[in-house]
Design a protein around this ligand. Structure first.
Ligand code: NDP
Length: 333
């Protein structure tokens, strides 16, 4: 049988942490035949709650779970991890300036970058979930220069999955029959959910049809559809009085699983990755692109046609990311 893989979850006593650890322990992230050892990190005020999570993991008797390291020591948490899911971050609080929140997260991600660089296993793959996810990932990359930039990503898969869900609902299809939506840019309300290349497998003959053709309502696709995906997080907070944790956790598993085990032929997913300048997106930003994955490597899907509507939206979200980057750097001085 396979050797266990060590998976780090930071902010593990929080909402998303609580939702994701059982998924990882059940093989949802790394596969049903892959044993895991969970490394759970949280901060001192959450230490007691973290103990509780550790107790529940024992009580759940997960066959694939070979051990749990629950700690408030970032070095101990990072030792030997092959996968790092960075959920811990400083939340936006009422009355706080954007710069104050950024400054807190910059120092968290700077410290965690060094701990990962020095202690994680060779080839460790990192996904940042905590907001501002793209910029936190960029800081992590900057302060972990020995980790290949390709191994540091941020989560936009939840937005991607939300877009699939909205299309499936609208055309009354199974969500598994919808594919190749794209989330461009920032994991924020400026993200651009793009359906211009998306298709739905039709039930009559199993043929892929274009979403634009099937929906037949460009006004909805260019308007309410985009707004619904962009504002879905807020809608969930309104309904649940808590933020989305189940879907965030599930999509983080999807992100890592597809990255490590590969995307199905003919299908791409959205990932926040270090821009190489593809599609005229400034190099050096962490930007969400359509990617295919094979054997632990992602590559940006090339050659998609970009119309004027898309161009404008892709540039607007890039501009926001450039501003966030500048703000983050100003916090380093
Ligand atoms: P959640 O588990 O709900 O969220 C964690 C982070 O994920 C937040 O930054 C949140 O952003 C972000 N996020 C990204 N996508 C989503 C989404 N779709 N839905 C909800 N959140 C999303 O937060 P909790 O407060 O429950 O838990 C955070 C944990 O982190 C706590 O246990 C806390 O102790 C720990 N923490 C760790 C720190 C550190 O490592 N130094 C510092 C501070 C806290 P957003 O804020 O925008 O909702």
């Amino acid at each position: 049988s396979k050797d266990p893989v060590r998976v780090l979850v930071t902010g593990a006593a929080g909402q998303i942490g609580y939702a994701i650890v059982p998924m990882v322990a059940r093989g949802v992230m790394l596969g049903p035949d892959q044993p895991v050892i969970l490394h759970l990190l949280d901060i001192e005020p959450a230490a007691e709650a973290l103990k509780g999570v550790q107790m529940e993991l024992l009580d759940a008797a997960f066959p694939l779970l070979k051990g749990v390291v629950a700690t408030t020591d970032v070095v101990e948490a990072c030792k030997g991890v092959k996968v790092a899911v960075m959920v811990g971050g400083f939340p936006r609080k009422e009355g706080m300036e954007r710069k104050d929140v950024m400054s807190k997260n910059v120092s968290i991600y700077k410290a965690q970058a060094s701990a990962l660089e020095k202690n994680a296993a060779q080839g460790c793959k990192v996904v940042v979930v905590a907001n501002p996810a793209n910029t936190n990932a960029l800081i992590l990359k900057e302060f972990a220069p020995s980790i290949p930039p390709d191994n540091i990503t941020c989560l936009t898969r939840l937005d991607h999955n939300r877009a699939l869900g909205q299309i499936a609902w609208r055309v009354k299809a199974q969500v598994s029959d919808v594919k190749n939506v794209i989330i461009w840019g920032n994991h924020s309300s400026t993200q651009y959910p793009d359906v211009n290349h998306a298709t739905v497998r039709t039930s009559c003959n199993g043929e892929d049809k274009s979403v634009r053709e099937l929906v037949g309502d460009d006004q909805w696709l260019n308007g309410d559809f985009i707004a619904t995906v962009q504002q879905r997080g807020a809608a969930i907070i309104k309904a649940r009085k808590l933020s989305s944790a189940l879907s965030a956790a599930s999509s983080a598993c999807d992100h890592i699983r597809d990255w490590l085990l590969g995307t199905p032929k003919g299908t791409w997913v959205s990932m926040g990755v270090y821009s190489d300048g593809s599609y005229g997106v400034p190099a050096g930003l962490m930007y969400s692109f359509p990617v295919t994955c094979d054997n632990g490597n992602w590559s940006i899907v090339q050659g998609l046609r970009i119309d004027d509507f898309s161009r404008e939206k892709m540039d607007a979200t890039a501009k926001e990311l450039s501003e966030e980057k500048a703000l983050a750097y100003s916090c380093l001085d």
